[in-house]
Design a protein around this ligand. Sequence first.
Ligand SMILES: [Zn+2]
Length: 261
Amino acid sequence: MTAPGPARVPILMYHEIAPPTQTHSRLAVSPENFAAQLGYLRGAGFTTLTAAELSARLTTRGRPLPDRPIVLTFDDGYADFHSRAMPVLAQHGFTATLFVTTGWEQDADMRRSAPGRMLNRSQLAEVAASGIELGAHTRSHPQLDQLPELLVRDELCGSKRWLEDEIGWAVPGLAYPFGYSSALVRRVARDVGYRYAHAVDNRTTGADADLFRQPRLTIRRATTLPEFRRLADGEATLRLREDRALTRAWSVVRQVKAACC
Ligand SMILES: [Zn+2]
């Protein structure tokens, strides 16, 4: 075991687990690639933590990190998490965190605007019962940094409350849609009771990171296994450096835009 502090922890961000014949999304990872990626993590001796466990361990209150810690996160709440991701996670004894856009869930009011087939309430209950952490990803997946405070509160409170009512225990985690946040959004997130929040930013995290701006590494359809290994092993790749530069440039544009609205 290593003490918290110097360790760098990769937090991976997945979306759909689906073949190209079923979705055009460039963020969808094929089932074969997903299986190979998790097989690599198992063989290389990684230990998965939920996002909530990591955020607790990155503070002085937390227990030490394992030798090769990694966090697997899945955004939006696609139904294929239940049918394709969960069995592979279970096969390797891995845990994960699923960030759910609660308005898109199959039985919810905004399901028609969902980007694909989403989880239903009984599947969500099964996911939670299996030990996988459920986190919030807002109600309607807006660009939070462009909303007035009242609507930010509505999105962050509404999704948290909905999930807590469904699963019966506290939901400490949030992932910002598109990774977009602002000082106001982060303040509201703290105010309404979240303990941590995830952005994107394509870098590893550590004890020095802001718990309300945890960076994540994007896994996409085009991510090759050698590239995946470098991400998990904490090595920046050319694509990552390009992503990070774009994220920063776009962040400046968004701050100016938000200030004008
Ligand atoms: Zn999303």
